[in-house]
Design a protein around this ligand. Structure first.
Ligand SMILES: [Zn+2]
Length: 474
């Protein structure tokens, strides 16, 4: 029988906060145990292709770069032309490819819209099981959601919802449940699904690791909090944010439950630990039902997060390593050890999974390649359209990274220049992994070389997108 595939995507989970990627603390004690038992493999140099959720999920599930599938922006910023390109290029999701080939397809997710394609069961657990209370039904009603669609209009709405949920937890007004509730819901669905005796593809989108970090129990984040250090009150940081709009979003949404700047990273770590616990529940369930052996589980982040940079909370915009370097962890991996060192990206996930299932996909263009085939020095390339277009590319040895804006307009970004510093940024990642010193002026030749690399990739992807968009009329 074909293997079951589980794809876990933890929103804003960056590689650098996991022990596998060199973090000083163990934020995933359960995964570490699996690693020690030899049941887990991870890819050292794995990257997202962008910095926002909608384009990244579309890439993860389609095997195509954002420049190919056309979804370049997130949420309320998604433009009509993004959707038109997505449709015109006949972009397919993994769920569509698998469901056609006999897989049962389930997603625990709230993104909706085109992300639902190919999933037989899709939604949050209480939607799927129809256990929503009246209040949560009203507040999460389609029309209300539509009215409040703008993420940033969402911000006060969400913080109100979070506040109400604290007093009335059973109403679950807050529209994204925590990871453990998600897992309980997923397990309940799997209980039905496995009776069918057909392989399944399950995707779970955890929101826990994305701000506002309100799910984590105190005991879980406190263990990552160092006692006796100086504490900076949030107001002090908020005062440093020059852009009014960003300050309001940070205050009312992202960090609304945070008192001190020094709590941010411990809370993030606690949320990672919380997801780790949900994964433990999943694996124990699979073992109990004797289907663990025939299931391969992938864990990644759709993008990472800057958290705090230069004393200011920046969020996940921009293309710094903190944002684009994400984990790829494979549990029950059937692959050779050599894949660990390969450079790869989200575009390679679909081809890898397709190969694993033994399905033959004809007439579908993929930007990525299976991890078993990918060239070990593959070029890492990412795009951001969040404030204005930015591209990033790494040198083949991963030592240098160029982040660059094709437009000359210097306007920096709408959040007051927090997601980028200069129009052209070059970093020596060996000496400066945190990308603090722009060395573009010192190494003009490297800038030129990497800029040419970007131009070649962008030209190629534009051509591919055009080609895919040509519809043949009968
Ligand atoms: Zn995201």
């Amino acid at each position: 029988m074909k293997p079951n595939i589980i794809l876990l995507i933890s929103d804003a989970l960056r590689a650098m906060n996991l022990k596998f990627y060199g973090y000083k603390e163990d934020t995933t004690p359960y995964l570490s145990r699996l690693y020690n038992k030899g049941e887990l493999q991870f890819i050292e140099n794995f990257y997202s292709t962008t910095d926002q959720t909608d384009p990244s999920f579309t890439t993860i599930l389609s095997g195509r770069y954002p420049l190919t599938h056309g979804i370049l922006r997130h949420g309320p910023d998604v433009r009509k032309e993004d959707i038109i390109t997505f449709n015109k290029t006949k972009t397919r999701l993994l769920s569509e490819l698998l469901v056609k080939n006999g897989y049962q397809t389930i997603a625990i997710d709230f993104l909706g819209r085109w992300h639902k394609r190919g999933f037989k069961i899709y939604g949050e657990p209480d939607e799927i099981h129809n256990t929503k209370t009246t209040i949560s039904k009203i507040i999460r009603h389609k029309i209300i959601k539509k009215v409040l669609k703008g993420t940033y209009i969402y911000a006060p709405y969400e913080s109100l919802a979070i506040r109400i949920s604290q007093f009335y937890p059973k109403h679950n007004i807050y529209f994204k449940l925590d990871g453990i509730s998600y897992m309980i819901g997923a397990i309940k669905i799997l209980d039905q699904v496995i009776k069918e005796k057909k392989p399944f593809f399950l995707m779970i989108h955890f929101w826990d690791t994305h701000t506002p970090f309100t799910n984590v129990p105190r005991s879980l984040w406190k263990k990552y909090f160092k006692k006796g250090i100086n504490r900076t009150p949030m107001n002090e940081m908020l005062r440093k944010i020059k852009n009014d709009k960003w300050r309001e979003i940070v205050k009312n949404y992202h960090l609304r439950r945070i008192k001190y700047v020094e709590e941010i990273e411990p809370k993030y770590n606690g949320e990672i630990n919380y997801v780790d616990y949900a994964i433990k529940m999943l694996i124990e369930y699979l073992e109990d039902r004797k289907i663990y052996e025939e299931t391969v589980i992938f864990l990644t982040g759709d993008h990472g997060d800057n958290l705090v940079r230069d004393g200011i909370f920046v969020g996940h915009g921009g293309l710094y390593q903190r944002v684009i370097k994400v984990p790829l962890i494979i549990i029950n991996s059937p692959f050779n050890k050599d894949i660990r060192k390969k450079h790869s990206q989200h575009i390679d996930l679909v081809p890898t999974i397709i190969e694993l299932t033994g399905i033959e996909i004809k007439n579908y263009y993929l930007d990525g390649e299976s991890l078993t085939k990918v060239n070990s020095k593959k070029t890492i390339f990412a795009v951001s359209s969040v404030a204005r277009k930015r591209y990033a590319v790494l040198s083949d040895d991963l030592r240098y990274k160029l982040i660059y804006s094709p437009t000359i307009d210097d306007g920096m970004d709408k959040y007051g220049g927090l997601w980028m510093k200069d129009r052209i940024e070059l970093y020596d990642l060996t000496k400066d992994p945190d990308e603090k010193i722009n060395v573009a002026n010192e190494y003009p030749d490297i800038v030129k070389e990497l800029e040419a690399k970007i131009n070649t990739i962008v030209t190629r992807l534009n051509r591919i997108r055009m080609k895919l968009s040509i519809t043949l009329h009968k």
